[in-house]
Design a protein around this ligand. Structure first.
Ligand SMILES: Cc1ncc(COP(=O)(O)O)c(C=O)c1O
Length: 376
């Protein structure tokens, strides 16, 4: 991760200002996010995990309730549901989009279900038409884990325009970073006010507000947490946002090059789907290997690419493969056949803004050569 000069300048200004933690720069960062997401209320927090946790805590009373989500996600999604005191219920995914299957989610609804957490894997939006209908029909809240989806739109709408509330992450690998950080975004003012309250121990006014007004008193009307973002982190985000549009165009251009270069390999791999009515943030470029057509498994494929200097990742090992959750929730891979298959066949190809078109072409040549010599 290479920081932009704009980000370094913004951070240096905060360092020199004498006010390091939550203050005016966090407020500025929130305003900019609010413009990008086209919703009026945004609370910037210390991580995407905290954002999802407090989004859940602020959307309803979900203690002991069942919340349906996908097993094909980063562990933070289920961790946040557990932190909220809710029961995690997993639904299988759609094998093409890798996002939660609305049909399987419908089968998992019981009298105890109170919400669905949709995840926009890789920056490809979940099936919001179907999931919103499900939530409407069963009076469920819709929370989006949009950690990958800054820059994503579904039918011209951002995720917080479609869901009750959305959580974003600004971890260094994300399309915009604050080093560590996250945000909750919503159309609902009260919900975001609650997130703010919970994120700072439940204090009715934080240090910045007290310093501005010259008062010293506060109350703590609710049990709270410590999840505020510092001005240093927010300044970094403000600097990075200056290049956001340009970086998104670059990601899209690189992803299109992958799609064009790899289209002739459809017998050996499945490319990420690109619906015409979505805007993809291209956080990740995930291919799925057709393992039946190959003599090697996914891990060997990644090792072969690594030997040629191409470093790939795996997003994700499904939740039922992680020992704590497998045991705690008594999960069996066979209950989620699509996620189980994806978990063994997905490969995330390199995708970041320092790459050039020639790098993408090189990755594709290496990939084609490995597939060529390992076909049945
Ligand atoms: C899908 C998903 N949800 C939540 C998170 C948590 O974000 P953070 O690392 O900022 O806590 C991540 C982070 O990678 C993620 O990928």
């Amino acid at each position: 991760m290479k920081l932009s000069s704009a980000a370094k300048k913004e951070v240096n200004n905060v360092m020199a200002s004498g006010w390091l933690s939550t203050g005016s720069r966090v407020a500025d960062f929130e305003k900019q996010l609010s413009r990008i997401l086209n919703v009026p209320y945004v609370a910037a927090l210390s991580s995407g995990t905290a954002a999802l946790h407090l989004a859940l805590e602020s959307t309803g009373d979900f203690k002991e309730a069942e919340i349906i989500t996908t097993p094909f996600t980063f562990v933070a999604t289920v961790e946040a549901i557990m932190l909220a005191g809710s029961k995690i219920v997993l639904a299988d995914i759609d094998s093409e989009t890798l996002n939660i299957s609305a049909e399987d989610a419908a089968r998992k609804i019981t009298k105890k279900t109170k919400a669905i957490v949709a995840v926009d894997i890789a920056g490809n939006p979940a099936d919001y038409s179907a999931i919103r209908k499900l939530c409407r029909d069963h009076s469920l809240k819709l929370i989006s884990d949009s950690a990958h989806a800054l820059g994503t739109k579904y039918k011209n709408k951002t995720m917080p325009e479609l869901a009750d509330v959305s959580a974003y992450s600004f971890y260094p690998t994300k399309n915009v970073t604050t080093a560590e950080g996250g945000a909750v975004a919503s159309k609902n003012k009260k919900l975001i006010e609650k997130v703010r309250l919970l994120s700072s121990h439940g204090l009715t006014s934080n240090a910045y507000q007290r310093q501005k007004t010259g008062g010293w008193g506060y109350d703590v009307p609710v049990f709270g947490y410590k999840a505020n973002l510092s001005d240093i982190h927010a300044a970094l985000g403000i600097g990075e946002l200056k290049n956001f549009e340009k970086n998104q165009r670059k990601r899209t251009m690189l992803a299109k090059r992958y799609l064009a270069n790899l289209s002739h390999l459809s017998d050996s791999l499945r490319l990420p789907p690109v619906a015409t009515d979505i805007q993809h943030s291209w956080h990740l470029f995930i291919i799925q290997l057709n393992l039946d057509s190959l003599k090697i498994d996914r891990n060997r494929f990644i090792a072969e690419l690594s030997k040629l200097g191409v470093q790939c990742g795996v997003h994700y090992q499904p939740v039922f493969e992680l020992s704590f959750y497998r045991q705690a929730l008594k999960l069996k891979a066979s209950d989620f056949p699509n996620a189980a298959k994806a978990g063994k066949s997905v490969v995330s190809l390199p995708l970041h803004t320092l790459l050039k078109i020639s790098d993408i072409d090189f990755v594709c040549e290496c990939l084609a050569a490995i597939l060529g010599r390992n076909r049945h």
